[in-house]
Design a protein around this ligand. Structure first.
Ligand SMILES: CC(C)(COP(=O)(O)OP(=O)(O)OC[C@H]1O[C@@H](n2cnc3c(N)ncnc32)[C@H](O)[C@@H]1OP(=O)(O)O)[C@@H](O)C(=O)NCCC(=O)NCCS
Length: 188
């Protein structure tokens, strides 16, 4: 666990996502505002069925992590930001694929609406990039809506570059949208 002081002076803790925090993570995802919901589509919770699905999906990943790592070289790593009331206020994940010649990881992040702009996105991103390096990951990649300026600026700050514009490949609120494929190359 790592203690971090935010821009407004509040202290939060960074923790590796464990089974004991899945419910609180799902609570945060369920309570997301429209902006968070529309841009963060890795986990979507809008009713009790999707809550249970999401809970079981993460639980399955965490429980099977070691087995899947040994068999297929895949590892799911989540880091959560937890406030003084033990609520999850931010989440970043890497879905790591370790192959002999090339190691890559898919990244995703979300911060609770009332905690945005305080530096949590930056702290979580810095932290998870550290883990990616420790795993020997060559490239971290992500997809982001082309109009998600906050996220794109955050990614560029860490050296992510836009590798491709993917037109009309996703849908958001019933509308087809364009996304960027971005990558951070940690080594050649
Ligand atoms: C994108 C997101 C994770 C950023 O988290 P955050 O905690 O608010 O970000 P931080 O406060 O750490 O800011 C870090 C950097 O991000 C960028 N940024 C953050 N908010 C921004 C905004 N409203 N406008 C422009 N840039 C912004 C800036 O570069 C900022 O650095 P700076 O303050 O030195 O300029 C957050 O806005 C979020 O959860 N959005 C909804 C979900 C989402 O879009 N997820 C990404 C899907 S691909």
């Amino acid at each position: 666990m790592i203690e971090v002081k935010l821009r407004n002076g509040e202290i939060i803790n960074l923790k590796i996502l464990g089974i004991n925090y899945i419910k609180r993570l799902c609570d945060m995802i369920q309570s997301l505002d429209d902006e968070g919901r529309s841009h963060y589509r890795y986990l979507v919770i809008d009713n009790y069925k999707s809550f249970i699905k999401c809970y079981l999906r993460i639980l399955g990943r965490l429980l099977l992590n070691l087995l899947i790592y040994k068999m297929f070289g895949r590892y799911f790593l989540g880091v959560i930001a937890v406030n003084g009331c033990k609520e999850v206020v931010g989440f970043v994940h890497l879905d790591i694929a370790l192959f002999d010649s090339f190691k890559h990881a898919q990244y995703g992040i979300v911060v609770r609406g009332d905690y945005r702009g305080r530096g949590i996105g930056e702290v979580l991103t810095r932290h998870i990039i550290g883990y990616a390096k420790a795993f020997g990951v060559n490239t971290i990649y992500l997809t982001v809506d082309t109009d998600n300026e906050a996220a794109i600026r955050l990614y560029k700050k860490f050296g992510f570059v836009i590798e491709a514009l993917l037109r009309r490949v996703d849908s958001r609120g019933g509308k087809i949208c364009d996304i960027y494929y971005m990558a951070l190359h940690l080594s050649q």
